[in-house]
Ligand binder design. Structure first.
Ligand code: 5RP
Length: 232
């Protein structure tokens, strides 16, 4: 199976854990698109009754177009389960997100969710975080100075661009990717980055995920963070 087929496998599998009357957080990215398609089918065919909150305008539009009710995170008290993709996950259930420039909204939704489930193909499972460039969402005002400070620290920053223009997030901020190679002390790094003026959020998701569904060549693997129980 190619990577896309594995993403479809886990996206569709994760939709089974969405139950009637849940408030569901919808992540962002190509894997989540398969989840949204599957949820759209369940809403249509099974009359599944759910309210969703989205982590990006793209996912919100996709879900709404399929007849899924999407509310703002500010209009719900709490989210029961958020299902999202990831760029890297290590054996301690810590991860890097933001490959799709949505990690700020993703972290806001994740940290207001009772439980978080990540859906990934096996290429995302790593021994150590850092091969995938670590995204930072930064305010455009003064961002060249944030860049210079990151460069001076030896973090190999790079503004994310598309077609020659800086990528803007749904909050109209910029993305600086850090090419770190490996991250030896993720908690220390997270602390340092979030204290930098101008940085809105980094893509380190530490102690956030409860369950991971991994698509492998041998089928689906379900991982549970110690202390949690995989839902039925
Ligand atoms: C977006 C994200 C995505 O969840 C992550 O990049 C994985 O994307 P994909 O499912 O397309 O591989 O963090 O900001």
């Amino acid at each position: 199976m190619d990577q896309n087929a594995l993403k479809k496998l886990v996206g569709e599998e994760s939709a089974k854990y969405v139950k009637n009357n849940m408030v569901v957080g919808l992540g962002s990215g190509t894997t989540v698109q398969f989840l949204v398609d599957a949820l759209g089918n369940r809403v249509k065919n099974e009359k599944l009754n759910i309210t969703c909150v989205s982590t990006s305008n793209f996912t919100a539009d996709h879900a709404s177009n399929l007849g899924i009710i999407v509310k703002s995170i500010d209009d719900v008290m709490q989210v029961d389960l958020t299902i999202d993709g990831a760029d890297e996950i290590d054996s301690n259930f810590n991860g890097i997100k933001g490959g799709g420039a949505a990690h700020l909204w993703e972290k806001i939704v994740a940290t207001n969710s009772k439980k978080n489930m990540w859906i990934v193909d096996e290429s995302k499972m790593v021994n150590q975080l850092g091969t995938f460039p670590l995204p930072l969402e930064v305010i455009p005002f003064g961002s060249s100075h944030v860049y210079d400070k990151l460069d001076a620290k030896g973090y190999h920053p790079e503004f994310r661009t598309k077609d020659g223009n800086r990528v803007l997030t749904d909050s109209k901020n910029e993305i600086i990717d850090l090419h770190l190679g490996k991250i030896n002390h993720p908690f220390q790094l997270a602390d340092e980055l979030i204290k930098m003026v101008g940085v809105v959020e980094h893509g380190l998701f530490l102690n956030i995920v409860n369950y991971v569904i991994v698509g492998t060549q041998h089928g689906i693997e379900k991982l549970t963070r110690p202390g949690d129980q995989f839902p039925k």
